[in-house]
Design a protein around this ligand. Structure first.
Ligand SMILES: NC(=O)c1ccc[n+]([C@@H]2O[C@H](COP(=O)([O-])OP(=O)(O)OC[C@H]3O[C@@H](n4cnc5c(N)ncnc54)[C@H](OP(=O)(O)O)[C@@H]3O)[C@@H](O)[C@H]2O)c1
Length: 232
C-alpha cells in the first residue's frame, strides 16, 4: 500500500534552519508549504519548487490577517506545523539597555505568531489526525539553564513560547494535536553566526528525527535536536 503524502507547513522557510528543514522534508517525500516574507527573493525555495511538491507562500508572521488568509487558502490537512520564524534582536541585551519597542517586536514574532498560527490552522491540524505543532524555541529560553544572565529580550520571548507550548499541549490533546518546543542547537545561520557549533544540515536532520520519532509522552515538553529533554 502506498503511504499517504504528508504535509509540512513551516514559517521563516527562506533561509537558515527553516530552509534546511524544507530540503529534508521534500527529500523524504513530503508535500511542503514554505512561508516566507518575500517569496520573490527566496531563490533557494523557488529552485526547489521546480523539482518537488513545494508551495512557496508569502507570510509575515506579525500580520494576523495574513495568517488568517493563508489558513483560508490552504485546503489540505497539515501533519506538522513548524513555527520556525524567529528574531534575536541586538546582541547581549544587558541590564539597563532594554528597548521596549524591540522587546515587543520579539514577542510579536517569537511568541504571539506561534499561537496565532496554531489557532488559525486548528482545522487543518485536526483533519490530519495526530498532527504536531513544533515550536522553534531555544535553550536560552530555559530558566533552569540560565547561568549567565543577560539576553533579556530573547530569553524572555523563548521562555514565553515554552509556556504557550505547555498550554497548547493540554488544550489540544482532545483534538489529537501535540505541541512541543525544540532547541535546534547552536547553528551556523545568520542568527547563530559563523562560530556556531553545528551546520544547518546536522540541526535539521536531528530535528526531523525527533519529530519522526514523536510519541505521546513527548507532548508538552522541550527537546534539543538530539532528542535530549531540556528543563523549562
Ligand atoms: N541559529 C541558532 O543557533 C538558533 C539557536 C536556538 C534557536 N534558534 C531558533 O531557530 C529559528 C530559526 O533560526 P535561524 O538560525 O534559522 O535564524 P535566521 O537564519 O536568522 O532566519 C530567521 C528566519 O525567520 C524569518 N523571520 C523573521 N521575522 C519574520 C517575520 N516577521 N515573518 C516571517 N518570517 C520572519 C526570517 O525571514 P527573512 O529572511 O525575511 O528575515 C528567516 O527566514 C528561530 O526561531 C531561532 O530563534 C536558532
Amino acid at each position: 500500500m502506498v503511504a499517504p503524502i504528508r504535509h509540512l507547513l513551516i514559517t521563516g522557510a527562506n533561509r537558515g534552519i527553516g530552509l534546511g528543514l524544507v530540503r529534508l522534508y521534500l527529500r523524504a517525500g513530503w508535500q511542503v508549504t514554505a512561508a516566507c516574507r518575500s517569496p520573490e527573493r527566496a531563490a533557494s525555495l523557488l529552485q526547489l519548487a521546480q523539482d518537488y511538491p513545494l508551495e512557496v507562500v508569502e507570510l509575515d508572521v506579525k500580520c494576523h490577517g495574513a495568517i488568517a488568509q493563508l489558513a483560508k487558502d490552504i485546503q489540505s490537512p497539515v501533519n506538522v506545523l513548524i513555527n520556525n520564524a524567529g528574531i534575536y534582536g541586538p546582541d547581549n541585551v544587558s541590564f539597563g539597555h532594554t528597548d521596549a519597542d524591540l522587546w515587543q517586536e520579539l514577542f510579536a514574532v517569537n511568541v504571539i505568531a506561534a499561537q496565532k498560527m496554531a489557532e488559525a490552522f486548528l482545522p487543518h491540524l485536526t483533519a490530519a489526525k495526530g498532527a504536531i505543532i513544533a515550536n522553534m524555541s531555544s535553550k536560552m529560553g530555559s530558566i533552569a539553564d540560565n547561568s549567565s544572565g543577560g539576553g533579556y529580550l530573547y530569553r524572555s520571548s523563548k521562555a514565553a513560547l515554552n509556556a504557550v507550548v505547555k498550554s497548547q499541549a493540554i488544550d489540544l490533546q482532545h483534538a489529537n494535536i501535540a505541541s512541543i518546543a525544540l532547541h535546534p542547537g547552536w547553528v551556523q545561520t545568520d542568527m547563530g553566526g559563523p562560530n556556531a557549533l553545528i551546520a544547518v544540515e546536522e540541526s535539521a536532520q536531528g530535528l526531523k528525527q525527533v519529530l519522526d520519532g514523536y510519541h505521546a509522552d513527548m507532548n508538552g515538553r522541550f527537546f534539543d535536536y538530539q532528542g535530549q529533554p531540556l528543563p523549562w
